[in-house]
Ligand binder design. Sequence first.
Ligand code: SAM
Ligand code: SF4
Ligand code: SF4
Length: 347
Amino acid sequence: MHNLHAGGSCLDNLQRPLRDLRISVTDRCNLRCTYCMPDEVFGKNFVFLRHADLLSFEEIIRVARHCIALGVRKIRLSGGEPLLRHGIERLVEMLATLVDSNGKPIDLALTTNGTLLAKKARSLKDAGLARLNVSLDALDENIFHTMSGSNTSPALVLEGIAAAQACGLTPIKVNAVVKRGINESEILPLIRRFRHTGVIMRFIEYMDVGNTNGWRLDDVVTASEILSKINNEYPLRSLSPQVPGEVAKRWAFQDGSGEIGVISSVTQAFCHTCSRLRLSTDGKLYTCLFASEGTDLRTLLRTEPDDAQLQERITALWHNRADRYSQLRCAASVPSAKKIEMSYIGG
Ligand code: SAM
Ligand code: SF4
Ligand code: SF4
């Protein structure tokens, strides 16, 4: 029998419960952010997964149910760009009906680049989506073009955010990855834009995910640099975490104009509380964002295993989990293994 937590959830090798499931619903995207899917690699000759390779919604639901039985309470849809997946609202609707062992609905969220949100916010809300994160790295047209590797205007994302707010998909979190010398200058404009709006602005340290973004430590603007820049202009006070394992450190503006978050995945690793499992577009489970190997579930799902077999596969995977890549990176002892791309496991 595997380790079970007092709350009924499955514990890994470092005593961390399984709480979050992040599902990548497509490996495709309509942007080419330089830090995620650089155009030189994900250009027109790049071969994306075929439709038959993707997990169907029914297969996703089956995996989600087993994960919930093992302790998952929060599910986030991601990608690639999740709003590009045909019929995404139907998947949201199916996930929104799932409940935990106490009959409580699962906390269902989605991360999007916002470009299709103006069209889809209402149908997502109606389908039962609870929360939304929108990525937006700059307000300035040119800087946005550079960060997103596209000619898309940030105005389109702002429209999407407004549509989501109007239909009550709140509170919205807006995420910006900060790259030194590229969009550092946008930190304060983004803060000014979203203070007083109820939107929670969050800054993310640029991470060395995948093998294609040419990451260098020098390009990382650290959480403490970001915070002091903001604090100099708009004094902050720290807030306590709302839930254990929360990745963002939360801060409130002292003048009461709102809240922000900073995600310091590079300089202050949070592996010790990491309770997240990732399901890739083609049905592999990854126990860490920086993993090089996933555990294939699709073959098992398509050979009609009984539920006990599926549950056993997931339990064994979590039970053996000992990942703590970021902590080791901080200790500068990271092996230079091949890593999986973020667009494929959903960030
Ligand atoms: N396309 C959607 C979006 O951009 O929100 C969802 C998928 S994207 C992979 C999820 C999140 O990962 C985004 O907020 C993105 O900024 C973040 N991300 C991607 N590459 C990153 C990197 N190298 N470092 C830090 N965050 C990264
Ligand atoms: Fe696309 Fe999101 Fe990656 Fe940007 S961060 S390339 S929007 S998947
Ligand atoms: Fe979790 Fe891996 Fe990130 Fe550590 S490096 S917080 S274990 S995903």
